[in-house]
Design a protein around this ligand. Structure first.
Ligand code: COI
Length: 366
C-alpha cells in the first residue's frame, strides 16, 4: 500500500467529557474517528479523521446479512509525565489482518493503521482518562459495505477506528468474578472462526451469556465444541489456572482467541521463572484440583478485562469456590505489573509500550 495522506476534518461541536469516576465500559465516544474506504481493484483510499458521527450504509451491505466484519480492542494510557502510551498496538493490527484473512476481507497496512491511530489520539488526547483503572479503549474494525445479497466476499469495505474512555469492564472492578460453565451451547470449533475477532463469535455467545446473567454470573466459560470437556475461554477473556505451583492455560487450537494479554502474561510468568504451561485442560481436572485443594487461583485475561480473578465456577449447578472467593497472589502481581507497564509506572523490559510523545505531522487539516 503506498503512503497516503490522512485528511483531517476537526469537530467544531465538541462533546462534554464524562467524569473519570463515572466511566463504565464502551458507552461514550470521543469527538473524532478514523475512516478509510476499500474497493476491489483500487485498494484502500480516502483516509480521513472526521467528527464522530453516525454513517450511512446501504441496507443491502454484506455486513448486515452475512456478518463479514472483524474488530480489535486495545488501550491508550497517559503516564505521569503526560505522555500517551499504547500497549503492543502492532500486535492488534496484525491480528486484525489475520481475522480479515479468515473472513475473506482485505488486509489494512499495519503501519498506516498505526499512523492513523497516533494522529487520532493526538487530536482526541484530552479524552484519555488518567484515573487509576481507567483508559481509552480503542476499537479498530472493518466492515463489508457492498450492496449485494449473494453470498460472496464483498468488493467494498470500510476500516474505522473509534475511541471510548472506559472504566472497569466488570461491575465487580478487579474483585473476583463468578463464572458459569456452559454445557449446552458452544462458542466455536477448530476450523471455524473461533481464532478470529469477528462479530459472529460474540453474537453466538449472547444466549448463554443471558442465561448466566439471569443466574447471577458475570461470564460464561466455554468448553470445546466436540467433547464439551476441555476448557476453551471465557466470554471476553482467555483463562488461566494455578494448580500445584504451575500456571496452566488452554493451548491455542484454532478455536481459541490468541489473546495479546494472554501472550503477555505467559511472557511475564516466564520472566519471573514461574512455570507456565499451554495444554489441553478438562473441566473435570479443574474440579478435581478444587476438591483436592491443589487449585490455588484462577484468572481471566483480556484487553478490556485486563486481569480478572475468578472466585467461583458453577458447573452442572455445583458451585466450585476458588481461593475462598479471594484475589490470588499471582493475579494481583500480574494485574499490578501489567497495568504498571501499560501506564508507565513500572519499567517495561519487554519493549511492549509505544510512547506517543511528539505530535506526528498532520498532513491536511480542514
Ligand atoms: C477486548 O478485550 O478488547 C475484547 O475484544 C473483548 C470485547 C469483546 C469486550
Amino acid at each position: 500500500m503506498t503512503k497516503q495522506t490522512i485528511k483531517i476534518v476537526l469537530n467544531k461541536n465538541k462533546k462534554e467529557k464524562p467524569e473519570a469516576q463515572q466511566l463504565e465500559f464502551g458507552k461514550v465516544f470521543t469527538d473524532h474517528m478514523f475512516i478509510s474506504e476499500y474497493t476491489e481493484g483500487i485498494g484502500w483510499f480516502d483516509h480521513q479523521i472526521v467528527p464522530y458521527e453516525p454513517i450511512a450504509f446501504d441496507p443491502a451491505a454484506t455486513v448486515f446479512h452475512y456478518g463479514q466484519t472483524v474488530f480489535e480492542g486495545l488501550k491508550a494510557y497517559v503516564d505521569k509525565n503526560g505522555n500517551v502510551r499504547l500497549f503492543r498496538p502492532e500486535e492488534n493490527m496484525k491480528r486484525l489482518n489475520l481475522s480479515a484473512d479468515r473472513l475473506c476481507m482485505p488486509r489494512f497496512d499495519v503501519e498506516t493503521a498505526l499512523e492513523a491511530l497516533k494522529q487520532l489520539l493526538i487530536i482526541d488526547r484530552e479524552w484519555i482518562p488518567s484515573l487509576e483503572g481507567t483508559s481509552l479503549y480503542i476499537r479498530p474494525f472493518m466492515v463489508a459495505t457492498e450492496p449485494y445479497l449473494g453470498v460472496a466476499p464483498s468488493k467494498k469495505y470500510k476500516f474505522m477506528i473509534i475511541l471510548s474512555p472506559v472504566g472497569s469492564y466488570y461491575k465487580e472492578g478487579i474483585k473476583p468474578i463468578k463464572i458459569l460453565v456452559e454445557n449446552a451451547y458452544v462458542r466455536a470449533v477448530s476450523g471455524g472462526t473461533g481464532m478470529a475477532k469477528t462479530a459472529g463469535n460474540y453474537a453466538s455467545g449472547l444466549r448463554a451469556q443471558e442465561i448466566a446473567d439471569q443466574k447471577g454470573y458475570s461470564q460464561v466459560l466455554w468448553l470445546d465444541g466436540i467433547e464439551r470437556k476441555y476448557i476453551e475461554e471465557v466470554g471476553s477473556m482467555n483463562v488461566f489456572f494455578k494448580i500445584n505451583g504451575e500456571v496452566i492455560t488452554p493451548m491455542l487450537n484454532g478455536s481459541i482467541l490468541d489473546g495479546i494479554t494472554r501472550k503477555s502474561i505467559i511472557e511475564l510468568l516466564h520472566h519471573w521463572k514461574i512455570p507456565v504451561i499451554e495444554r489441553k485442560i478438562s473441566m473435570k481436572e479443574i474440579k478435581d484440583a478444587i476438591y483436592s485443594g491443589e487449585l490455588e487461583e484462577a484468572f481471566g485475561t483480556g484487553t478490556a478485562a485486563v486481569i480478572s480473578p475468578i472466585g467461583e465456577l458453577n458447573w452442572n449447578d455445583e458451585k466450585l469456590s476458588i481461593n475462598r472467593g479471594l484475589t490470588g497472589d499471582i493475579s494481583k502481581r500480574l494485574y499490578d505489573t501489567l497495568t504498571g507497564i501499560q501506564n508507565g509506572d513500572v519499567a517495561d523490559p519487554f519493549g511492549w509500550t509505544m510512547q506517543i510523545d511528539n505530535p506526528v505531522p498532520v498532513q491536511q487539516i480542514i
